[in-house]
Write a protein that binds this ligand. Structure first.
Ligand code: NAI
Ligand code: AKG
Length: 411
């Protein structure tokens, strides 16, 4: 199912459970602003190349819009729209004072040189600089982008508006980035998983994990889960997949991946078919790459007892229904991966205050926010007799609806 159709379907189900007025429901669904720009850059060989960039600003009832920028060849307006909407509900679930936005450029970052990526990022920033800002819309990294991308945006934006570190988060620590932001999404995944397993009398130690994706989120999740005593038995990325039922040596895999631009060729386990990774025998499955990967075609074959959605919208609504019948518990994206945007909020607060926190404080506050978001979600599950996805959606949508009504925007 198309990402926008899937996200909107979940939203409408939550709006129904909350009994939202139909006019309010419609206004919450329609994005505040959709931006589409053409970015033309000279390539290193002197030829010109054009890319299409998007920024969808979904909602700002609770504060400045917030969300990552993705560089990927499959970026399209509907997907960016869905991801922006998810950010609105996610920041509300985390109870941080933001709305939601997302951006992307349709490109294959692995095929561009560093200087081409820099030129593309700077041209994109020139096209959108007057529509983003510290109190309007604050970008961050997502798939295919990183702290360096944020540094280029910060520098280009600052040429127009004066030095403005708080205009982006997830930037290098040397430019005012927060300690702990790099690991934050993976660390939040660990905290959320701990909270879910604890409800069933279990801990991370002794559980078998399978992870799809070994980028920022997947690699940090793998490292932190291993440190906590979990056994990561299979991992994939875009280059391949590896399995070792005794537990993969994550530090060794990190080194291999950095030196070889991916997992392929790693000798610390058996190479397996990446397409069968999601259906491997395990306790906890963590999709940490693309959207829509768990769908009606593979849901029935999934053997995990728990799915922790580190990626955004990895599970289609049809798969949700199949997995619910099988008794698989799903911790939804807008809760499970909210650690990234939560530490982005801490970074923004530090920049505005001009006062840096130590890493221990960042991680401690992150745990408090993740635990509270889990507890609030469970409370909504109890009062609306629903699963964790609807618990998180009703929590987020209700907070945004209340802010919308209080601001007098519902008419
Ligand atoms: N970076 C962040 O702070 C946050 C990221 N997310 C979500 O987490 C997911 C991953 O994001 P990042 O780790 O930041 O991206 P990244 O660009 O650092 O890493 C992406 C990983 O996915 C792998 N991948 C791509 N296509 C694949 C395929 N077909 N099969 C298996 N692996 C594949 C890549 O090889 C890479 O290892 C995305 O859905 C993103 O929206 C969610 C919240 C915050
Ligand atoms: O850190 C942020 O502001 C946003 C991260 C993001 O794009 C996401 O949570 O999906």
């Amino acid at each position: 199912m198309n990402a926008l159709a899937a996200t909107s379907r979940n939203f409408k189900q939550a709006a129904k459970l909350l009994g939202l007025d139909s006019k309010l429901e419609k206004s919450l669904l329609i994005p505040f602003r959709e931006i589409k720009v053409e970015c033309t850059i000279p390539k290193d060989d002197g030829t010109l190349a054009s890319y299409v960039g998007f920024r969808v600003q979904h909602d700002n009832a609770r504060g400045p819009m917030k969300g990552g920028i993705r560089y990927h060849h499959e970026v399209d307006p509907d997907e960016v729209n869905a991801l922006a909407q998810l950010m609105t509900w996610k920041t509300a679930v985390a109870n941080i004072p933001y709305g939601g936005a997302k951006g992307g450029i349709g490109c294959s970052p692995g095929d561009l040189s560093i200087s081409e990526l820099e030129r593309l990022t700077r041209v994109f920033t020139q096209k959108i600089h007057d529509l983003i800002g510290i109190h309007t819309d604050v970008p961050a990294p997502d798939m295919g982008t990183n702290a360096q991308t944020m540094a280029w945006i910060l520098d280009e934006y600052s040429k127009f508006h004066g030095y403005s570190p708080a205009v982006v988060t997830g930037k290098p620590v040397d430019l005012g980035g927060s300690l702990g932001r790099d690991a934050a999404t993976g660390r939040g995944v660990l905290f959320a998983t701990e909270a879910l397993l604890a409800e069933h009398g279990k801990g991370i130690a002794g559980q078998r994990f399978v992870i799809q994706g070994f980028g920022n989120v997947g690699s940090w999740a793998a490292q932190l889960i291993t440190e906590a005593g979990g056994k990561v038995i299979a991992i994939s990325d875009v280059t391949g997949a590896v399995k070792n039922t005794n537990g993969i040596d994550i530090a060794k895999l990190m080194k291999h991946s950095a030196e070889n631009r991916g997992i392929k060729g790693f000798d610390g386990g058996d190479a397996v078919d990446p397409t069968s990774l999601l259906t491997e025998e395990c306790d906890v499955l963590i999709p940490a790459a693309l959207g829509g990967v768990i769908n009606k075609d593979n849901a029935d074959a999934i053997k995990a007892k728990y799915i922790i959605e580190a990626a955004n919208h990895p599970t289609d609504p049809e798969a949700d229904e199949i997995l619910a019948k099988k008794g698989v518990l799903i911790l939804p994206d807008i809760l499970a991966n909210s650690g990234g945007v939560t530490v982005s909020y801490f970074e923004w607060v530090q920049n505005i205050q001009g006062f840096m926190w130590d890493e221990e404080k960042v991680n401690r506050e992150l745990k408090t926010y993740m635990t509270r978001a889990f507890r609030d979600t469970k409370e909504m599950c109890r009062s609306h007799h629903c699963d964790l996805r609807m618990g998180a959606f009703t929590l987020g949508v209700n907070r945004v609806a209340r802010a919308t009504v209080l601001r007098g925007w519902e008419a």
